[in-house]
Design a protein around this ligand. Structure first.
Ligand code: GAR
Length: 212
């Protein structure tokens, strides 16, 4: 897993694994920030955690290569970006698209990039949420696997809206990783497939945390 900050999505996966609700193993947590609480969460769980500083590398590409050398040394089946806030270059992304996913706090393709809750409020959106998508060279533009939707209420601000979305991010990530770990989701030429059939729209996480 790649994380730059708080690590609540990482924690959600770790908690699901500990509870026996998710058959998976986190083999390493990697960050571009040594102080990221996500690293502490990993270490508390006995998981190898490594921070690499972009400043120690001569270029973005050199940093990316060093980062993915470390990632691949743990031989992951799946690479999960969960609040990893640094752009990744095409050279490291393209060969890994089919086994690298990201969680993004909006209903993609709406509100790519940063400050998604602010963007949603400014646009007058009445629905918002989070997406898990395969990572491609197109920033926040890779094929979407699954989404969780929340309402936007009059009177919402960034804090209330982001809290409502985050509460749904956690089950969304756990349930999507479950399908990925079971080999039920794949990225192919036709897009995302689920149980061998091409998805024409992202899976939607229902209130009972099952996919509709
Ligand atoms: C989450 O809301 C995640 O969707 C977002 O950062 C937060 C990380 O929280 N990711 C992005 O904005 C990526 N563009 P966490 O560190 O508590 O999991």
């Amino acid at each position: 897993m790649l994380a730059s900050g708080r690590g609540s999505n990482l924690q959600a996966l770790l908690d699901a694994i500990t509870a026996g609700a998710l058959d998976a193993r986190v083999v390493g947590v990697f960050s571009d920030r040594a102080g990221a609480p996500a690293l502490a969460r990993a270490r508390d769980a006995g998981i190898p955690a490594l921070a690499l500083s972009p400043r120690d590398h001569p270029s973005r590409d050199a940093f990316d290569i060093a980062l993915f050398d470390a990632v691949e040394a743990t031989a992951p089946d799946l690479i999960i970006c969960a609040g990893y806030m640094r752009l990744l270059g095409d050279a490291v992304v393209a060969p890994r698209s089919a086994r690298m996913v990201n969680i993004h706090p909006s209903l993609l393709p709406d509100f790519k990039g940063l400050h998604t809750h602010r963007q949603a409020l400014a646009a007058g959106a009445t629905r918002h949420g989070a997406s898990v998508h395969f990572v491609t060279a197109d920033l926040d533009g890779g094929p979407v696997i699954a989404q969780a939707e929340v309402p936007v209420f009059a009177g919402d601000d960034e804090a209330t809206l982001s809290a409502r979305v985050l509460e749904r991010e956690h089950p969304l990530l756990v349930e999507t990783v479950r399908l990925l770990a079971q080999g039920r989701i794949a990225l192919g030429d036709g897009g995302v497939s689920f149980d061998g059939r091409v998805l024409h729209a992202p899976l939607q996480l229902a209130a009972n945390n099952r996919f509709a």
